[in-house]
Design a protein around this ligand. Structure first.
Ligand code: NZQ
Ligand code: ZN
Length: 389
């Protein structure tokens, strides 16, 4: 088991009608606020009006950056950082999903850097300082509302990388499940696949020893997603379903489940290549990749964990052999993602062919092997991409 430090400092307001606390929380960091959001969903659901009303009531001076893209771009980060410098912003308020929150975190750091924000993402320059970030979450998926990372894309170079730094941990996040009622069935399914993948990737499926307590909690969170995602897809305004998915998303990646074991996010590294080249929805890429990755690495060493997953989560027959139990677990996961949640199951269906697989595989491995439950060579990664066609 690995030694670890666990610290998570984000203050959470969970539930309905908590925005009355927004002004007092922001004012702890200053009076000049940059409100950031995406393509307008927050206006459609009336959240923009509620937030701006609160900011006005608190007497704050508000600037805005809208149009943050899903898979947010470094160019948008640069734009936001310029605005922060020009308007002497004290604090950032991100209202949206993972993309808006990630972009806002990068803006927070880029405000204190004079070059291109991409330098921070590629570690050419270190994060030295960051503006405080508060969030109002509208989509249960990434965990960005309660973690210190953000993922930024550079579409000129087809690169997508994480920027992780303790200074980027949100100070406060408002989690109101009713703000996710309007999330489409597709985005709900993709978000749920992302939550599951965070647990699988870091660190439910691992070659290293795990802490049993954490392992059991991971299975409970997986079961929670499997129970409530189909309900949220069918009944978008089911509070219980939306609340469970929201809290599951935050806990899947807030550091707690990552304690004690080696972290290596193979499926995430492969998916980031897909979205860097084809701008696809992150959770969809993960859904397509994960069962193929399991199939590809299935052998005597991985089978016991895959079987255990099948038995404990899907009720697969415990008397099956490890290999047969593992195969059954993969079938159950396939059925859940593609039949129950209705996600597309192949890259071909979403218009992706094998043209860039070789270069994507090489990039995913970063000149080495892609570490994980089983270490993967570029050739392995290319084979997994091909299995997804
Ligand atoms: O842009 P708007 O208009 O807000 O619409 C968004 C977007 O089109 C919409 N949406 C969000 N909330 C909604 C809503 N539509 C209706 N009602 C609502 N309440 O949903 C679409 C997708 O939004 P996005 O923010 O892109 O989704 P998600 O939260 O899944 O974030 C994905 C991004 O996060 C990164 C991904 O790579 C991707 O770039 N990740 C971030 C991580 C982190 N910070 O720790 C870890 C993850 O593994 C992931 O890589
Ligand atoms: Zn993810």
């Amino acid at each position: 088991m690995y030694n670890f430090i666990f610290q998570n400092t984000t203050k959470i307001y969970f539930g309905e009608n908590r925005l009355g606390h927004l002004g007092e929380e922001l004012k702890q960091y200053g009076t000049r606020v940059l409100l950031t959001y995406g393509g307008g969903s927050i206006k459609k659901i009336g959240l923009y009006d509620k937030v701006t009303e609160e900011l006005k009531r608190a007497g704050l001076t508000v600037f805005e950056l809208s149009g943050i893209e899903p898979n947010p771009r470094h160019t948008t980060v640069n734009k936001g950082a310029e605005l922060c410098k020009k308007e002497k912003i004290d604090v950032l308020l991100a209202v949206g999903g993972g993309s808006t929150i990630d972009c806002t975190k990068a803006i927070a750091a880029a405000t204190f850097y004079d070059g291109d924000s991409w330098d921070l993402v590629t570690h050419k320059a270190p994060v030295s300082k960051a503006l405080p970030v508060l969030t109002v979450l509208t989509l249960a998926a990434t965990g960005s509302e309660m973690d210190a990372g953000g993922v930024i894309s550079n579409m000129d170079t087809n690169e997508k990388y994480g920027l992780i730094h303790p200074l980027l941990q949100p100070k406060v996040s408002f989690l109101d499940p009713t703000n996710t009622y309007s999330v489409s069935a597709f985005q709900t399914a993709c978000g749920s696949a992302d939550i599951l993948s965070h647990i699988f990737d870091v660190t439910y499926f691992t070659a290293t020893e795990k802490m049993d307590m954490v392992d059991r909690i991971m299975e409970d969170i997986i079961k929670t997603v499997i129970k409530y995602a189909p309900i949220a897809v069918k009944e978008p305004e089911n509070y219980q379903a939306r609340a469970n998915l929201m809290w599951a998303a935050s806990w899947a990646l807030n550091g707690f489940l990552q304690t004690g074991a080696f972290q290596a996010a193979s499926c995430h590294a492969m998916e980031h290549e897909l979205s860097a080249f084809y701008d696809i929805t992150h959770g969809l890429g993960l859904a397509i990749l994960t069962p193929r990755w399991m199939e590809y690495i299935l052998d005597e060493s991985t089978a016991p964990q895959f079987k255990k997953f099948g038995v404990n989560v899907f009720g697969v027959d415990a008397s099956l052999s490890d290999i047969d139990g593992a195969k059954q677990a993969i079938v159950c996961l396939n059925d859940f993602l593609f039949k129950t949640l209705g996600l597309q199951s192949t890259l071909t269906e979403i218009g992706i062919d094998d043209k860039n697989f070789k270069v994507m595989a090489k990039k995913a491995c970063k000149g080495d092997v892609l570490k994980g439950f089983k270490h993967l060579t570029p050739e392995d990664v290319e084979n997994i991409f091909k299995m997804c066609l």
